[in-house]
Design a binder for this molecule. Structure first.
Ligand code: HEM
Length: 343
C-alpha cells in the first residue's frame, strides 16, 4: 500500500484536513445515539482494506506531518519522552513490535533487515536508513523507545506490571487530550485515572485493570476514547495550555464547522515479550465538523451524542464553552430519523 503524505500543520496556520479517502476511513466512534463510559474492549484484529484496521499499527496520510509536529514538541519540551531506567528492555520490545508491524504493513515505505543482532531500518517517508545493534542503546541516536516513537503516529505509554497493578514508567506523549506524562510518570492505573468522573463509581476501572493484568502475548486488544478540540491541534497538553486554552473562546456560529474537531483515540494494548510490560498506543484521529457532516448518519448521531452528553462529562472533556454552538450547527443535519445500533 502506497500512501501520499499531506503537507500540513497542527499549529499556527492549522492547515490540516482529511482527503476524501481520509474521511471515509475515519473511525467514527459512536455505535448509538448517546454516550457513557464502559469497558469497551475488543480484540485488536485486522479489518478490511480501506479501514484503519488494515494494519494493526495504522499509518495514514498525516504520518509525515505528525512526526514533524512531534519533533517540534520535543525540541521545546524534552520531558514529553521519558523512560525510567528499568524500562529500557520494554523500549527494545516496543522498537521490535513497531518495526515489524510497519515493515509488514507498508513495505513500500518501511523495511527491516536483520542479521543476528545487527539490524538495518529503512524509513523512506522520513529519509532514515540506520544500522544498529539490537539491545545496544549506544548504537542509536536516542534510547530505543524514543527512537522508534519519533517514527510512529500516536502517543505511547509503557506500563510496568508489578504488585497487581500497572505503573506508567515510560512514554512518548505529544498528542494528548489535556494530560501530562511528566505529571503521571510513576503513577499506577487508579492514580492516573483519578480525575475521570463517574467511571470509578461505575466499577469501570476495577474491571479494566483486571482485564489488562491478564492480557496475553500475541493477543492485542483495543478500545476507543474520544473528545473534541478547537483547531486541529495535536499537542493539547497542560504544559501548553496558555497556547490553546483561549481558543475555546474563539468558536462562533460562522467558524464552528471549520474550527471544532472530533478527536478519536484508538487505544490498543499489547503485552511485550521480554519485559512483560504492556504498551498502550493512543492513536489520535482528527476530523472537523464540516468533514464529519458529509456523512449523514455521522452528523445525525454526533448531534444527539453532543446534545445529550451528561454535564460532568461535558466539563471533564472541556467542551462547556462552545458546545451549544456546535449542537446548533449539527442540529441542521439531524432530520430526526430513527437510527440503528452499530455504525
Ligand atoms: C482517561 C491513560 C487504560 C478508560 C485516561 C487519562 C489517561 C489515561 C492519562 C486521562 C486522565 C486525566 O484526566 O488526567 C490510560 C492508560 C491506560 C488506560 C495509560 C493503559 C493501561 C484504560 C482502559 C480503560 C480506560 C483499559 C477502560 C475502561 C478511561 C476513561 C477515561 C480515561 C473512560 C476518561 C476519558 C474521557 O472522558 O475523555 N486514561 N488509560 N483507560 N481512561 Fe484510560
Amino acid at each position: 500500500m502506497t500512501i501520499t503524505f499531506r503537507r500540513e500543520t497542527f499549529r499556527d496556520d492549522y492547515n490540516f484536513s482529511n482527503s476524501a479517502v481520509g474521511i471515509r476511513r475515519f473511525p467514527f466512534p459512536f455505535d448509538r445515539d448517546h454516550y457513557m463510559y464502559a469497558v469497551n474492549i475488543e480484540p485488536h484484529v485486522k479489518g478490511h482494506p480501506g479501514t484503519i484496521y488494515e494494519s494493526l499499527i495504522d499509518v495514514d496520510e498525516h504520518y509525515v506531518a505528525e512526526m514533524q509536529d512531534r519533533a517540534l514538541v520535543l525540541a521545546e519540551d524534552p520531558l514529553r519522552s521519558q523512560s525510567l531506567p528499568h524500562m529500557e528492555l520494554a523500549g527494545w520490545d516496543l522498537l521490535e513490535l513497531l518495526m515489524e508491524q510497519l515493515a509488514a504493513g507498508y513495505p513500500a515505505h518501511f523495511e527491516l533487515r536483520r542479521s543476528g543482532k545487527r539490524w538495518r531500518w529503512v524509513n523512506r517517508p522520513l529519509g532514515i536508513d540506520d544500522t544498529f545493534v539490537f539491545g545496544a542503546a549506544s548504537t542509536l541516536p536516542y534510547g530505543p523507545m524514543e527512537y522508534i516513537t519519533r517514527q510512529a503516529q500516536g502517543d505511547f505509554c509503557i506500563l510496568d506490571q508489578r504488585d497487581g497493578n500497572l505503573w506508567m514508567d515510560a512514554g512518548m506523549v505529544t498528542t494528548q487530550a489535556d494530560w501530562s506524562l511528566d505529571f503521571d510518570l510513576g503513577m499506577n492505573f487508579m492514580e492516573w485515572h483519578a480525575p475521570v468522573p463517574r467511571a470509578h463509581e461505575m466499577g469501570v476501572f476495577d474491571r479494566a485493570l483486571k482485564f489488562m493484568l491478564n492480557l496475553g502475548q500475541g493477543q492485542p486488544m483495543r478500545r476507543f476514547n474520544w473528545t473534541m478540540t478547537v483547531n486541529p491541534r495535536l499537542d493539547t497538553s497542560p504544559e501548553t495550555y496558555p497556547k490553546w486554552g483561549p481558543d475555546r473562546r474563539s468558536v462562533t456560529a460562522d467558524n464552528v464547522g471549520d474550527k471544532v474537531h472530533l478527536r478519536v483515540e484508538l487505544q490498543s494494548f499489547w503485552r511485550l515479550p521480554r519485559s512483560n510490560a504492556i504498551v498502550f498506543p493512543i492513536r489520535c484521529y482528527l476530523i472537523k465538523l464540516e468533514e464529519l457532516v458529509t456523512v449523514p448518519k455521522w452528523a445525525r448521531r454526533m448531534h444527539r451524542v453532543l446534545r445529550d452528553l451528561p454535564p460532568d462529562l461535558v466539563d471533564y472533556k472541556g467542551l462547556t464553552r462552545w458546545r451549544p454552538i456546535a449542537v446548533d450547527y449539527l442540529a441542521a443535519f439531524d432530520d430526526g430519523a430513527a437510527t440503528s445500533p452499530g455504525i
